[in-house]
Design a protein around this ligand. Structure first.
Ligand code: NI
Length: 383
């Protein structure tokens, strides 16, 4: 199994594909599963769903558990120099979704071998386009949470910081909501020598940015984590002309929906007051790109128990701090209780996710598959 999963991971790693373009990846997954007699379907252009139904008669036949992997890569040029490095210029599996895919595919194979031991169904979801966000939503709209409806869902992700063979679990809020804001300030152009004849969008923008940085620092409870980051600012035409307009974009991260609504409301007030003071105009757009990820206590405890059975109790690592990064696994959790877990895959010199040097310890693949197998079987057997 271990070699098979390493081979699958390397195949996907060599040929990374960006979000919603995972055509080859999808067919590699389909081939891998169909060779083991697992039937798959494609609810969207580049997503795969596999159903493994138990053949044991009796209780539990209506139970359904979903396992989810993401399958897309990133627009990064790989610099690991490994024999299995990306052969596609400028695209790389720098988040380990190749490994996530191999772990869920491995679990599918292990479960298919044990069909006669359980009743009920395991639904393996191979989801495209996690990185650009929208992949989970697309799969949900395409009906992956129907026919059959899963009772619960577990998502797995390799983690380059956790020791190989350990499983990282976290109670409650785990990943942040991802919001994007766009502020356009509409001032009035004028000669740089006569500022009183115009409305300087750059000076207004500077005050807006300073002020936004005080929202989290001064108006939000310091024990509730939140981030406001301005990522881009554009405006102005010449050194001696007052800028007619400036556009500012940025992101807000928070761990619950109340917090993100509070921050949006306060930001709107700051922008309105500052712009008004200068008699200029503005527009303010605030969009949600992803929801906060909150683990279900029940599914978490299932993962802990099954993880201990598969890896040994000492290899369960409780993650203390949530991350302000986003993960669209949270979309499934609107409909189905679930839990997101980390499989440790640390190399002697670890590199962070989304680094051009990112790689994982491949010994984690078979371990991750075994953990997922144990989680699914435990659930279906009602353990
Ligand atoms: Ni990822």
């Amino acid at each position: 199994m271990e070699l098979k999963l390493i081979e699958l991971r390397r195949d996907i790693h060599r040929h990374p594909e960006l979000g919603n373009k995972e055509f080859r990846t999808t067919s590699v997954i389909e081939k891998f599963l169909s060779q083991a007699g697992i039937v798959t379907r494609r609810p969207s252009k580049t997503g795969v769903v596999a159903l493994i139904s138990g053949t044991k008669e009796g209780a539990g036949s209506s139970r359904v558990m979903a396992l989810r992997a993401d399958i897309d890569a990133l627009p990064i040029a790989e610099k690991t120099n490994k024999p299995y490095s990306s052969r596609t210029a400028g695209v790389m599996h720098a988040c380990g979704h190749d490994a996530n895919t191999a772990m869920v595919a491995g679990a599918a194979l292990l479960l298919a071998r044990r069909r006669n031991e359980f009743a009920g169904t395991v639904k393996c979801i191979f989801q495209p386009n996690e990185e650009a966000a929208g992949g989970a939503l697309g799969m949900i709209r395409a009906g992956v949470l129907k026919n059959p409806v899963p009772d619960c869902i577990v998502g797995i992700h390799v983690n380059p910081w956790l020791k190989t063979g350990t499983l990282g679990v976290k109670a409650g809020a785990m990943m942040a909501a991802v919001d994007r804001f766009t502020i356009k300030i509409a001032g009035a152009r004028s000669h740089g020598a006569y500022p009183h004849l115009g409305k300087d969008s750059i000076v207004i923008a500077a005050q807006v940015i300073q002020s936004l940085q005080s929202v989290v620092a001064r108006q939000i409870d310091p024990v509730d984590p939140a981030v406001v980051t301005v990522g881009t600012i554009q405006g102005g035409e010449a050194f001696n002309v007052l800028a007619g307009s400036v556009t500012i974009t940025g992101t807000v991260r928070a761990l619950n929906n109340k917090m993100r609504r509070d921050i949006e409301r306060i930001m709107r007030r700051h922008v309105a007051m500052i712009v008004k003071a200068y008699g200029a105009g503005y527009s303010f757009e605030y969009e949600s790109l992803g929801r906060p990820l909150e683990n279900s206590a029940k599914v978490l405890s299932l993962c802990r128990r099954a993880g201990s059975a598969a890896l040994g109790k000492k290899n369960i690592v409780e993650i203390e701090k949530p991350s302000m990064g986003g993960e669209d696994f949270s979309e499934y959790l609107r409909y189905v209780p679930g839990c997101f877990i980390f499989m440790g895959a640390r190399l002697s010199v670890p590199h962070p996710w989304h680094s051009e040097l990112f790689d994982v310890d491949e010994r984690a693949l078979a371990k991750g598959a075994a953990v997922l197998e144990e989680i699914a079987v435990s659930y279906l057997l009602g353990k």
